[in-house]
Design a protein around this ligand. Structure first.
Ligand code: ZN
Length: 465
């Protein structure tokens, strides 16, 4: 949000007030008296998955849109609006690396109809919707530009192989190549393939039951050699993004930026572990709805889901990290319930097009499935991570807490939510900003995840790719 545009409006409003109604009617004429909506802010969120244009106003806006082919353009007519400096700011906000928008123009098409013309880089499937005021936002008109063929998180994972391999320090075998081979073979020869694809070979995994005596990396690596004989996929979920900044620290550090930085580092660390691959639910500053985060993890049949956050609490004194798992029966504490409610509100702030949520019924059915077994595993991984994070900084609570976090509801994937620290605490905000502290957090998460898999080797699974 641009403070300048707000100040302009305030200034203009004050000026209008001092003019009085009579003077206003004389100077502007009758037609202009009903000024219509005023723009509060305009925002652009470019990302490979979709690019979003948000127009925030003091009154609800209605708009029509149409696509042209030659040249490819998207035209949006917004009613009840006069062209303003705030709206013109959109033009300068188009980034050269926006995957969808090459350029943008605004003009007064008709009296009280503003036209936006978007020059497109690729064919798009646009979605337009409005959002009622929520949190710090007033009315929002949202335009999402999706590719005509949606990005598949599995395809992304496969494309990332080269990059991941370059990072691998001990690349003993290309498990992902083997994985892809197994996907491709049945696809190429569907007539003979009647069984679901399995990521694992038919052999029983070599389970190692001996607990780890020490966290020394050599021991861990040896454990892994014996225990992990198939590709393990970890879904890393940086909270918030785009329109949803998450919590904001006393000096302005935003949760969405910190957790993305930590997630990107964790991805690189995990990708350097042989037989392990990380998938991010978002890799840039754009919003991903909660159910979509779960769907992405399930699409790649992740073995683990780790959501990363750094939230605020009611008092700036609150400090320390916490780890949460799902609860089927109610929260383990009032604070855990409060945190889950706060996180679950992200969709409202981030902006979900409810009209376009596909497979709503499937989604509900999935959310209603029993998660008892999942929670048992989630508590296990939660304890591994909590023990290590406790060595990096203070813990808010010494046990894994549970509450009804929507993002942890994949019935078949152990899922945890890590509150790395309280961004609302001035000291913790300062630490979260430090590269060194982020590295320590990543170390703890990475070691916790590896220990969990060394002690709980993933079993063969039926693949439904
Ligand atoms: Zn959060």
């Amino acid at each position: 949000m641009k403070p300048t545009s707000r100040h302009c409006r305030k200034g203009r409003r004050a000026a209008l007030r001092t003019l009085g109604q009579g003077a206003l009617a004389l100077s502007l004429g009758r037609a202009e008296l009903a000024l219509g909506a005023s723009i509060v802010a305009v925002r652009l969120w470019p990302a490979a998955e979709y690019s979003r244009v948000t127009i925030e106003s003091d009154q609800p806006l209605s708009a029509r849109q149409f696509l042209t082919d030659n040249p490819p353009r998207l035209v949006i007519d917004i009613d009840g609006l006069e062209l303003s400096a705030a709206l013109r700011e959109l033009v300068g906000k188009v980034r050269a690396d926006d995957p969808f928008i090459a350029g943008l123009r605004v003009g007064q098409n008709l009296p009280r109809v503003v036209r936006l013309v978007l020059d497109l880089k690729q064919a798009v499937a646009p979605q337009q919707f409005t959002l009622a005021p929520v949190a710090a936002y007033q009315h929002r008109l949202v335009l999402d530009l999706y590719p005509t063929e949606a990005l598949d998180p599995l395809a992304t994972l496969i494309h990332e192989r080269e990059r991941a391999e370059a990072l691998a320090v001990r690349n003993v075998q290309d498990a992902l190549g083997e994985f892809i081979g197994r996907i491709e073979r049945p696809l190429a020869n569907t007539s003979t393939s009647k069984t679901p694809i399995e990521r694992h070979s038919t052999a029983t995994p070599s389970v190692t039951s001996a607990p780890l005596a020490s966290p020394a990396p050599t021991t861990l690596a040896a454990e892994e050699q014996r225990s992990i004989d198939r590709l393990v996929i970890v879904a890393i979920d940086p909270g918030h993004g785009g329109e949803d900044p998450g919590a904001v620290g006393p000096t302005g550090l935003r949760e969405k930026d910190v957790v993305l930085a930590v997630a990107l580092k964790l991805r690189d660390r995990l990708n350097s572990v042989p037989g392990m691959r990380a998938m991010l639910t978002r890799d840039a500053d754009f919003f991903v709805p909660l159910h979509e985060r779960v769907r992405k993890a399930r699409r790649v049949q992740a073995d683990l889901f780790v959501s990363i956050h750094a939230d605020a609490f009611l008092t700036p004194a609150a400090r320390g990290a916490s780890v949460f798992a799902l609860s089927e029966t109610g929260a383990t504490s009032a604070a855990a319930r409060w945190m889950a409610n706060k996180e679950n509100a992200a969709d409202g702030v981030g902006g979900v097009n409810l009209g376009a949520v596909k497979d709503a019924q499937v989604l509900r059915a999935m959310m209603d499935m029993s998660t008892a077994a999942q929670i048992k595993d989630s508590l296990r991984i939660g304890r591994e991570v909590l023990a290590l994070i406790g060595q990096v900084g203070a813990l808010h609570k010494r046990s894994v807490e549970q509450a009804g976090f929507a993002v942890l509801k994949a019935p078949d994937i152990p899922s945890i939510l890590v509150e790395t620290a309280f961004i609302s605490n001035p000291e913790e905000e300062a630490r979260l900003r430090e590269d060194d502290y982020q590295d320590k957090l990543v170390d703890a998460l990475h070691t916790g995840i590896r220990r969990y898999f060394a002690r709980n080797p993933p079993l063969a699974r039926q693949r439904t790719l």
